[in-house]
Design a protein around this ligand. Structure first.
Ligand SMILES: Nc1nc2c(c(=O)[nH]1)N[C@H]1C(S)=C(S)[C@@H](COP(=O)(O)O)O[C@H]1N2
Ligand SMILES: [Mo]
Length: 347
């Protein structure tokens, strides 16, 4: 998303780091790794058989995270598996766990794709609370446990399309955003909902960096009807396991028909408001990143096309370019939200 001079671009950014890593792992561990971490998670039915449970995808056993708390462990003991049908499932191959957790955008931890996984081990997510403010009947500061308590967890397998024209398929664990928002009793004036990420300078090198381009905290927002759409999802896990810091622990937004930057991570504030909120990328470069940010193959980014995408991971031998679909393939569920809008103007 950055404007970089060619001299600033490292070879590892041109060829995704996963290529180098996969090659190394292949050389050292051979077929064992391929079956253990790669293929098993890429084929839902195999993951199912191997793990002996109902979830369609599981983190590789050797990378499973320690429970963040006893109550979170209890919550994760009972997760409803993704159905076999769109829109909460896709039969497209899952992105391997190692790629979904090592190729990330989370500028608070640095601007390179490998920075969030490399720099987030000190990130503190317990205790955690979320402030609810604005046009609601029940404002207040809620602990994460209170936020999650009434919500049963479910698995959803969604396509994830970054505005930078790469994409993944990720099995999230979480619950519908609408169910959470309704609990705070939004008033008639609540037309938009605004989210903020935590600012934790001592554990976030990107926030301390003098090269940072974002004005912290990272902010995002949705129109209320978008937020209430059943596809909008609050995720607390990935691959049947607790959310890694680099993917937005303990709780982050997923809006699968929009570009990835709408999916704000590590949320500490939810504000209900009458007017459209300021959002991080729109503030930084409004002609390149819109407020709506709906995935749209007909509306190009000023510096690159948006009608194709690189499906990750890529290897030396296969570079998968696939066609980008309107609303990332979720048009049936969301097109009606925008029926009277010029999508080229409101990008
Ligand atoms: N707080 C915060 N949230 C963020 C970002 C960020 O830099 N900071 N990056 C966004 C972008 S551009 C993308 S593509 C997704 C990436 O999510 P993932 O790393 O889980 O794939 O997170 C989004 N949420
Ligand atoms: Mo992104």
């Amino acid at each position: 998303m950055l404007i970089k001079k060619p001299a600033d671009i490292k070879p590892s950014e041109i060829t995704p780091e996963t290529v180098y890593r996969n090659r190394r792992e292949f050389m050292t561990e051979g077929g064992k790794l391929l079956l253990g971490a790669g293929l098993a998670s890429a084929i839902p039915s195999l993951a199912f058989a191997q793990n002996g449970d109902k979830l369609k995808a599981r983190a590789p056993a050797n990378l499973t995270r320690t429970p963040p708390s006893a109550w979170m462990k209890d919550k994760f003991a009972d997760i409803k598996a993704a159905p076999d049908m769109e829109p909460y499932f896709t039969s497209e191959a899952l992105t391997p766990y190692t790629d979904a957790t090592r190729y990330n955008n989370f500028y608070e931890f640095g601007m390179d794709k490998g920075d969030p996984s490399a720099n987030s081990s000190e990130f503190k997510t317990d205790p955690w609370s979320v402030e609810i403010t604005g046009e609601v009947g029940k404002p207040g500061t809620y602990t994460l446990e209170d936020i999650l308590k009434p919500h049963a967890l479910e698995e959803r397998i969604y396509r994830h399309r970054c505005v930078e024209a790469w994409s993944m398929v990720i099995p999230w664990i979480g619950f519908p955003l609408a169910d959470l928002l309704k609990r705070f009793e939004p008033t008639a004036k609540a037309k938009y909902v605004e989210f903020e990420t935590i600012v934790q300078p001592d554990t976030m090198p990107g926030i301390r960096s003098r090269f940072a381009i974002v004005r912290w905290p990272y902010r995002e927002g949705l129109r209320m009807d978008e937020a209430m759409n059943p596809l909008a999802f609050m995720a607390v896990g990935i691959y049947g396991d607790y959310m890694p810091p680099q993917n937005g622990a303990p709780m982050r937004l997923i809006v699968p028909w929009k570009y990835g930057f709408k999916g704000i991570k590590s949320i500490v504030k939810i504000n209900f408001r009458e007017t459209q909120p300021h959002t991080t990328w729109n503030d930084l470069q409004a002609n390149e990143y819109g407020f709506f940010a709906n995935v749209n193959p007909n509306v190009h980014h000023p510096r690159w096309r948006q009608d194709m995408e690189r499906r990750l991971p890529q290897t030396l031998f296969s570079r998968q370019y696939i066609e980008t679909k309107l609303f990332n393939g979720y048009a049936e569920q969301v097109a009606s939200l925008y029926k009277d809008m010029d999508l080229a103007r409101y990008y």
